[in-house]
Design a protein. Structure first.
Length: 106
């Protein structure tokens, strides 16, 4: 399991924009998240730089702009995050996780 796939809520939101669009600039991501988050462009750019260092996104330069794309799939990230949640909260017991989810739904 790779820690690179463990994301904060904000990082996950940025990745969701990239998964939906395939690629985007920091400004496009900032605009897509503006109504929900109201983030500054510098904040988005900083998070993209950190995600790139972790190998979660990569960029290409087009017309003097960085265009980012995801290097991991949504299912890979979900699998890692659920596995981490299961390990932390349920001592790795998937049955206990499922039981909790089913009882919480009722």
């Amino acid at each position: 399991m790779s820690d690179a796939h463990l994301l904060t809520d904000l990082q996950y939101s940025i990745l969701r924009v990239l998964w939906d669009r395939g690629h985007a600039t920091a400004a496009e991501i900032c605009q897509a998240l503006h109504a929900e988050r109201g983030l500054a462009l510098t904040t988005v750019s900083t998070l993209l730089t950190r995600l790139e260092k972790r190998g979660v996104v990569a960029h290409e330069t087009q017309a003097r702009q960085y265009v980012y794309h995801p290097t991991v799939t949504e299912s890979d990230v979900r699998r890692t995050m659920i596995s981490e949640l299961t390990e932390r909260l349920f001592d790795g017991d998937v049955t206990a996780l499922m039981s909790h989810l089913l009882s919480a739904r009722e």
